[in-house]
Design a protein around this ligand. Structure first.
Ligand SMILES: [Zn+2]
Ligand SMILES: [Zn+2]
Length: 388
């Protein structure tokens, strides 16, 4: 997997996506991520590139013209547009919101363009992954749905099969909604059960007309072993069968035990194992065409920067040793920017082992029941056997 061109799209202005003090999605999380990746030399292994804001026509691949106009009004005045989900507690109105959001979508489009044209094998936008935004409304801290716009752009360019895998702790509802009955797009979301977490959708029965919307609704507290068991029971067989031309993955790291908004209880080691598995699958099933975004993640100091530094390192083909100490310069930056104490090493020091589902399932186990519910709902559409 070495020797390929890997592009990281970045512009300091991506940190202008800022809902204000006290909001969980604070841009310092991507600032600290890029600083950690730089200090550790991770960015020396990739090609850095800038980006331009998405145009209105590009945004309109997913969003209504009325909504785009509403976001622009908020942007100019800072005044709420509650009918469009802007000016709520989750999505506060702020001046400049259109420019900041269009730049994030532009960065994911730049990544998609690089991969589609072959300029890069893999491309990353850690500021992207705003998967909750709907056609005509902001939702769940997301204004424009950059992964959905990138997928729609790929289809417009002639892609006939695009796969989307979303490992954020929340359901990737906006992306699912845009392509729900479209057999050209396979969306797979692994998330905490909608019974206990926003947005309240993402049940296995939401499978679209042809089984191309896939939902794995995991019980709270499932941890690395349960999560990885579910991932491997569902994602590889479906990607192999679907054989996408391009794979786009969303890497919300709010599945971590320290995340203040959710309860799946993964460690950085488990998340890192998921990144490595997706990297392998990108090569095995999508000829290495891989577009990577960030996503949610609200433990701004101890989780997001380390998770996504590992992510970039994995994508670059030079994964970092889990025992690597965090650089002193970065620890100083953390203290200065947040007043918090930085973590000392790059992971939680766990061994993310799991038992493969192929060895049989236990109907008394809540994770196995979640896996079977998804396999029963989806696998027959694809000629696969739901039983292990
Ligand atoms: Zn690779
Ligand atoms: Zn999330």
């Amino acid at each position: 997997m070495n020797g390929e061109t890997v592009r990281v799209v970045w512009d300091d202005a991506l940190t202008s996506y800022d809902f204000g003090p006290g909001h969980p999605l604070a841009p310092v999380r991507v600032e600290l991520t890029m600083a950690l990746a730089e200090e550790l030399g991770v960015l020396d292994e990739v090609e850095m590139a800038g980006c331009a804001p998405a145009t209105d026509d590009e945004l309109a691949l997913v969003h209504t013209r009325d909504y785009i106009e509403a976001v622009k009004r908020v942007s100019a005045t800072g005044r709420p547009e509650p009918a469009y989900g802007l000016g709520t507690d989750d999505n506060p109105a702020f001046a400049g919101v259109h420019q900041a959001s269009a730049l994030i979508t532009g960065a994911t489009l730049a990544a998609a363009r690089a991969v589609w044209t072959g300029e890069a094998g893999h491309a990353v936008n850690v500021a992207g992954g705003l998967h909750h935004a709907m056609a005509a409304a902001a939702s769940g801290f997301c204004v424009y749905n950059d992964p959905a716009v990138a997928i729609a752009w790929l289809l417009e360019r002639g892609a006939s099969r695009v796969a989307y895998v979303d490992v954020d702790v929340h359901h990737g509802d906006g992306v699912q909604a845009r392509f729900y009955d479209d057999p050209r797009v396979l969306t797979i979301s692994l998330h905490e059960s909608p019974r206990t977490l926003f947005p309240g959708t993402g049940f296995p029965g939401e499978h679209g007309a042809q089984g191309t919307a896939v939902n794995v609704a995991l019980p709270a507290g499932c941890g690395d072993g349960g999560w990885l068991r579910a991932f491997h029971a569902v994602v590889p067989p479906l990607l192999r069968e679907f054989a996408p031309e391009v794979l786009l993955t969303q890497h919300g790291c709010d599945s971590h035990a320290l995340d203040p908004l959710a309860n799946l209880m993964l460690s950085l080691d488990g998340q890192r194992a998921a990144y490595a598995a997706l990297h392998e699958l990108a090569h095995e099933t999508a000829r290495g065409r891989w577009i990577v975004t960030g996503g949610g993640g609200y433990e701004l100091v101890r989780v997001v920067p380390r998770a996504w530094t590992h992510l970039i390192a994995e994508v670059s083909g030079h994964p970092l040793d889990p025992a690597t100490p965090t650089p002193p310069e970065w620890r100083r930056l953390v203290a200065e920017r947040t007043g918090e104490t930085a973590p000392l090493t790059l992971t939680d020091g766990r061994n993310p082992e799991f038992h493969d589902f192929s060895s049989g399932y236990d109907p008394a186990d809540s994770i196995d029941r979640a896996i079977m519910a998804t396999r029963k709902a989806i696998f027959p559409f694809h000629g696969l056997d739901p039983l292990p």
